[in-house]
Each structure stands twice: as structure tokens, then as C-alpha cells.
Write a protein that binds this ligand. Structure first.
Ligand code: PLP
Length: 445
């Protein structure tokens, strides 16, 4: 084990943790269900679904079998001028499940590329239609859309994007409905989703320059786990229609049940023009992305004029192993009452976290579907908090890890997002651990 860590230290470069003082990485030997097993014999509950990808548990026998069987048939083939059954079957299944009107599936290989594809698709859509002026993307404050250059441009200005600022294209940013920190200083109980006016202002200002509005529906993830009122989502669709621009929903995090419905857009019964999927698409097994567009968008590319072609493709596009495991995952949703389980989890999270509102440093408690969130503040009156780089994140993470619970707070935002297969008693255990770590804990001075 010590040998593995020193070999890791000699050759690897991990995302986000390059501090000389960083603790050694956890050496994971295997995983099963909601548990990760370390090389030195610890059993750790995966409380964040391995970065939000795992939904049916690790090493699920049905998913293992699907991938093994597919590997024996066809492990991979290029997806230019070739097709295969898993890609077609999965596309048909997705189209049937997605909000109506999304009919053309474009595969790629992760969440960032699913977003890059959506941005490029929207941009070229207007160009192909002779409206090349439509080049501006409108995104929201607190957004996170990924780490590639286009996805970073669309994301909120943050420590993730700042070093690359000169490389990024400009976007217009509208208010997000972050009710705990309302940009207009209003209270949700009495407001009329007034923050939506900011998006309308930008749509008016941009006029014929607006290419698309890109949002993370209902739950903005890495930007602080911000849960929306569904009226805001409905309003985005309404405004995109009114001002004749496209709506892109980034459901990389929210897709496949995370918010309690199969897709977050269903909370407001809206269909975006383009939807981005990844993460739980393959239940945490294979890197895969899908960008699904409406027929109207697809038709703008359908031409013998090669300047209209969408020239985008990755070596592993539509990887058959990914498609096969995604199909098996969707079948589990159908046969195992997965959405019912998420709804029960939502109630358990609400009941377990709500009492923590009384804690002197819990500023806000938020729950949606299978995600429970505590926003910690140094002072409840001023709502002050350090943000993503605040040292309380790693400090609290280390305390949970001592209790064999993997939680990875986003700075002052502590969240619990387990695989859906977590058992009731395991949920209660985690909620107890959270309460017992937080009860004596005070904001460091
Ligand atoms: N979009 C959203 C909403 C995300 O939460 C993420 C990742 O957290 C991404 C895009 C990027 O996905 P990936 O890390 O697979 O590139």
C-alpha cells in the first residue's frame, strides 16, 4: 500500500489536488454496492457516487454481465460510416424516455464533450440557416459545464476558469435562481421569480445575436448545489420561445433520476432544443456522452453541401461497451423501481437534514431527489462563507473519511449524493455521521 502511494506520487497528476501538503490518495482495490474497499482493508461508503456517476452501485452483476457479453461481440469500431446494434438500441431507448421532440442522438465521451457538442451544434445551426450573427451564448451565474475550453467559457468565472480567461469566448451571464442568496435580495415565499427578468433583459439586449441559452435545469451542481424553483425552468423555455433562440439543457448531472424524475426538465414539463447527457448514462461504468437534438436542428445539417456538415467526432464515439451498459442500466430503471427508491431517499434526506437548520453554521438545507445539501456559513446573519477554496471543505471531508464515509464538500457546501441502491439503514447511518460530525463543529477562526 505505501509502495502503491509512492509509485502514484512519482508518476501521476490528479485532478484538482496538486498541493504539496495534500493527504495521500485513497488506494481503492475494489468496490461493490455503495462501498469502496481500500488496499489496506478499509470499507468506505461512497457518499458522492464517485463524482455523481454511479447509480446502481459498484460492480453490479447485471451491468458486469452486459459489458462482458458486449466485449465478446464487439468492443469498439469507428462510428463514421459504421453503425452497430447497441448504438441504435440505446438511441431509440433514450428518445423514448427523453422529453418529447428530442429525436437525434449524437454520441461523444464525457460530460464536457456533450456540452462542447451542444455549443458547436447550436452555433453551426444558425450559420447553416444563414443567421451567422447568432453567436452569443447566454449562461447563468454559478454554472459549471465542464473543463474543456467551450464548457469553461460557458461556466461561471471561478478558480477553475480564471487562469484560462484570455482563451475563453465571451458569454452573457444572467442571474440564477439561487434563493438562499437571491441576487435581488428577495424571499422565495413572496417573490415572483423576479430573477428571470435578468435573462429577459439579456435576451432583449442580444436580440438577433443570441445563439442559445444554456442551463443546468433544477440543480446547478459544481457551482454550489443550487436547487431551483421549477417556475424558473418553465420561464427559461418561455423566454427562449419568445425571443426565438435555442434552449440547451445540460443534464450531465441531473439526468437519469438524480432530481427524482428521469430528467430534470420534467419538473417543468419542458423540452429543450438540445440536451446534454453523461455521468449516470452508463451508471458509472464507461466514459460516454450524448447530445440529443430536435429534428429541426438535425435538418439544418442534412445537406449534400459539405460546408453544412457537423464535423465533430471522437475516436470512442458510440463505444459499444458504453452503449451496452447504458442499455442495461435503463433496463434496471424499468425492472427495479429505481425512481420510487429515489423518491423514498428524498424523504429520508429531508427528514434527516432538516433538524440541522438549527445548527449555528448551517445557513441553508436543500434537498432534491437523491441529493441532500447543507450550505455552511461562518455567520448566519451575514451568510458569509469562504466559497469553493475554503479550507473547511477538505477539513470536513477528512473528518468524514475517518468515519469511513466519502463526502467531498464543495468548499462550504456539504452534500450527500449516494448511489440509488443505498439501503435505508445506510442512509440513516450517514445522516447520523453527518449530524455527529457537525454537532460539535464550529467554523474555524
Ligand atoms: N456539466 C455538468 C452539469 C457537470 O456537473 C459536469 C461535471 O461535473 C460536466 C458538465 C462535465 O462532465 P465531465 O466531468 O464528464 O467532463
Amino acid at each position: 500500500m505505501a509502495d502503491l502511494i509512492s509509485r502514484d506520487r512519482a508518476c501521476l497528476w490528479h485532478p484538482y489536488t496538486q498541493m504539496k501538503t495534500a493527504p495521500p490518495p485513497l488506494a481503492i482495490a475494489r468496490a461493490e454496492g455503495v462501498y469502496l474497499y481500500t488496499e489496506d482493508g478499509r470499507r468506505i461508503l461512497d457518499g458522492i457516487s464517485s463524482w455523481w456517476v454511479n447509480i446502481h452501485g459498484h460492480s453490479h452483476p447485471i451491468l458486469n454481465q452486459a459489458i462482458a457479453e458486449q466485449a465478446c461481440e464487439l468492443e469498439h469500431v469507428l462510428f463514421a460510416n459504421c453503425t452497430h446494434r447497441p448504438a441504435v438500441d440505446l438511441a431509440e431507448k433514450l428518445i423514448a424516455l427523453l422529453p418529447p421532440g428530442l429525436t437525434r442522438v449524437f454520441y461523444s465521451d464525457n460530460g464536457s464533450t456533450a456540452v462542447e457538442v451542444a455549443l458547436k451544434m447550436a452555433y453551426q445551426y444558425w450559420r447553416n440557416r444563414g443567421e451567422s450573427k447568432r453567436r452569443t451564448f447566454i449562461t447563468l451565474h454559478h454554472a459549471y459545464h465542464g473543463d474543456t475550453v467551450g464548457a469553461m467559457s460557458a461556466s461561471e468565472d471561478s478558480s477553475f476558469t480564471r487562469p484560462f480567461e484570455p482563451l475563453l469566448f465571451k458569454v452573457a451571464r444572467a442571474y440564477a435562481p439561487y434563493c438562499y442568496r437571491c441576487p435581488l435580495g428577495l424571499e422565495r415565499e413572496s417573490c415572483e421569480i423576479d430573477c428571470l427578468n435578468d435573462l429577459e433583459r439579456l435576451l432583449k439586449e442580444e436580440g438577433d445575436n443570441a445563439a442559445a441559452v444554456l442551463i443546468e435545469p433544477m440543480l446547478q451542481g459544481a457551482g454550489g448545489m443550487v436547487i431551483w424553483p421549477s417556475e424558473f425552468l418553465a420561464g427559461v423555455r418561455r423566454l427562449c420561445n419568445r425571443y426565438g433562440t435555442l434552449m440547451i439543457a445540460d443534464e450531465v448531472l441531473t439526468g437519469f433520476g438524480r432530481t427524482g424524475l428521469m430528467f430534470a426538465c420534467e419538473h417543468a414539463r419542458v423540452s429543450p432544443d438540445i440536451i446534454c447527457l453523461s455521468k449516470a448514462l452508463t451508471a458509472g461504468y464507461m466514459p460516454m456522452g450524448a447530445t440529443v437534438a430536435s429534428e429541426r436542428i438535425y435538418e439544418a445539417f442534412l445537406s449534400d453541401d459539405r460546408t453544412k456538415t457537423f464535423f465533430h467526432g471522437h475516436s470512442y464515439t458510440a463505444n459499444p461497451l458504453g452503449c451496452a451498459v447504458a442499455l442495461a442500466s435503463l433496463e434496471l430503471f424499468r425492472t427495479h423501481g429505481v425512481l420510487d427508491r429515489i423518491r423514498r431517499l428524498e424523504r429520508q434526506l429531508k427528514d434527516g437534514l432538516e433538524p440541522l437548520r438549527e445548527h449555528p453554521h448551517v445557513g441553508n438545507v436543500r434537498v432534491i431527489g437523491g441529493v441532500g445539501i447543507l450550505e455552511l456559513v461562518s455567520d448566519k446573519a451575514t451568510r458569509e462563507a469562504g466559497g469553493y477554496l475554503d479550507r473547511i471543505g477538505p477539513e470536513l471531508g477528512a473528518k468524514f473519511l475517518e468515519r469511513n464515509l466519502l463526502l467531498r464538500p464543495l468548499g462550504n457546501v456539504l452534500y450527500f449524493m449516494p448511489p440509488y441502491v443505498i439501503k435505508d439503514e445506510e442512509v440513516f447511518r450517514v445522516l447520523n455521521e453527518i449530524r455527529s460530525v457537525l454537532e460539535p463543529w464550529r467554523w474555524p477562526v
